[in-house]
Design a binder for this molecule. Structure first.
Ligand SMILES: *Cc1c(COP(=O)(O)O)cnc(C)c1O
Length: 395
């Protein structure tokens, strides 16, 4: 039996009819940028998450970069984050000219350890960027309390955790601003790249909207006024909405980006968003089956915090003999993934930050032991039984 780590073809079969129809409609209408689907998808995401503003962008990394800029974070600033995450988390901080400051993770949740944050706060620290890694919410109460005490922003990297909940609240609605990715393999993925920023703060939302389209248009003007403390009444009547036909299109107020979600991607995401809760629940069912059947093996199964809904973007096992287990599973036709083989403080790209082996013992320990097995929603009963039996048989 061959089992991939993620099966996007199976997922496509589920949404095929609606997705195909929507995409064909967009192709014949030929309105590709910032059209009705983008607008509606942003509204639907606000409703789904319980957030006031959703600003779609080109990918999750851009979402992080634009969110950081909207908070005014840049050269000379420090942002505290996790070393056990995808590179883009820290890369976004570096991309705005700020410095990522790593704080080790908890061994059981793989999320940033709140008890180690305060010792890393300096006069340069502007924000904390927790990552809800593999779909498990970080310790947001503790993080928010530290942020409040030290007057810091909190930027949630929720790229792996759409639909996850912390004490009944959807992740992405707890910090000052949050970012999602719609990379195809994420729990909600499009047919290419896509991302989103969500925030309850109207001013941050305005600046994000301006930044995604070259700082132009009505939002550009509003963002300029906000950033320069200009209290000027907008002459809204001669500006229609912020589309490509916007009369303000060639009036640029701040330096921005070109980072938008395509109309076609938005249309596909609208179809998939309707299935998301069901898909996340299916992941959780697989997890229950795995946990029960693997509890008497040598593999360490994932820890789930009380008071959270973990959405298992990845199901992570730990083994002292990872290389051997992974090649054994490969022989059995079962794909695995290693997340993450190099913690960020030890990446070559961050050599200049001066970290050494031993600085983040938990992240380093995990990076040598963790591996992911398939947990995608469409996994069949036979497939997951085969996976469990193969792991139980491993000697
Ligand atoms: C996927 C991911 C990103 C980046 O998203 P892209 O859409 O690939 O740019 C950022 N942070 C984390 C934790 C991710 O998993």
């Amino acid at each position: 039996m061959q089992i991939p780590l993620i099966d996007l073809k199976k997922q496509y079969e589920i949404i095929k009819n609606d997705a195909n129809q929507n995409v064909l409609e967009i192709l014949s209408a030929a309105n590709y940028i910032m059209g009705e689907n983008v607008k509606q998808f942003e509204k639907e995401m606000c409703r789904y998450l319980g957030s006031k503003n959703a600003i779609s962008v080109g990918n999750g990394t851009d979402a992080l970069v634009i969110a950081l800029k909207a908070l005014g974070i840049g050269q000379g600033d420090e942002v505290i984050t996790s070393p056990f995450t995808f590179f883009a988390t820290a890369e976004s901080i570096s991309a705005v000219g700020a410095t990522p400051v790593f704080v080790d993770v908890r061994l059981n949740t793989f999320n940033i350890d709140p008890s180690k944050i305060e010792e890393k706060i300096t006069s340069k620290t502007k924000a904390i960027m927790p990552v809800h890694i593999f779909g498990q919410p970080a310790d947001m109460d503790e993080i928010m309390a530290i942020a409040k005490k030290h007057n810091l922003y909190v930027i949630e990297d929720a790229c792996q955790a759409i639909g996850a909940e912390y004490k009944g609240k959807k992740v992405g609605t707890i910090g000052d601003i949050a970012c999602f990715s719609f990379f195809p393999t994420k729990n909600l993925g499009c047919a290419g790249d896509g991302g989103m920023i969500v925030t309850n703060n109207e001013n941050f939302a305005t600046i994000c909207k301006a930044l995604r389209t070259h700082g132009s248009g009505v939002d550009g003007k509003k963002a300029y006024n906000l950033l320069n403390n200009i209290d000027e009444n907008m002459e809204e009547d001669n500006c229609i909405d912020n589309t490509i036909y916007n009369p303000f299109k060639y009036y640029n107020y701040i330096i921005g980006h070109n980072s938008r979600l395509d109309e076609i991607q938005a249309a596909i995401l609208r179809v998939k968003l309707k299935e998301l809760d069901k898909w996340n629940d299916l992941r959780r069912e697989h997890v229950k089956f795995y946990n029960e059947n693997l509890k008497d093996t040598k593999f360490i199964t994932p820890f789930e915090e009380r008071n959270v809904k973990h959405v298992y973007h990845m199901y992570i096992l730990q083994s002292e003999r990872r290389a051997d287990v992974v090649s054994y599973l490969k022989e059995k036709g079962i794909a695995t993934g290693i997340y993450y083989p190099v913690p960020l403080h030890l990446q070559k790209a961050y050599k200049g930050l001066g970290y050494e082996l031993g600085d983040m013992p938990n992240a380093e320990y995990l990076s040598e032991r963790t591996f992911a097995i398939p947990v995608y929603p469409e996994l069949s009963k036979e497939q997951r039984e085969y996976i469990v039996n193969s792991l139980v048989d491993y000697k």
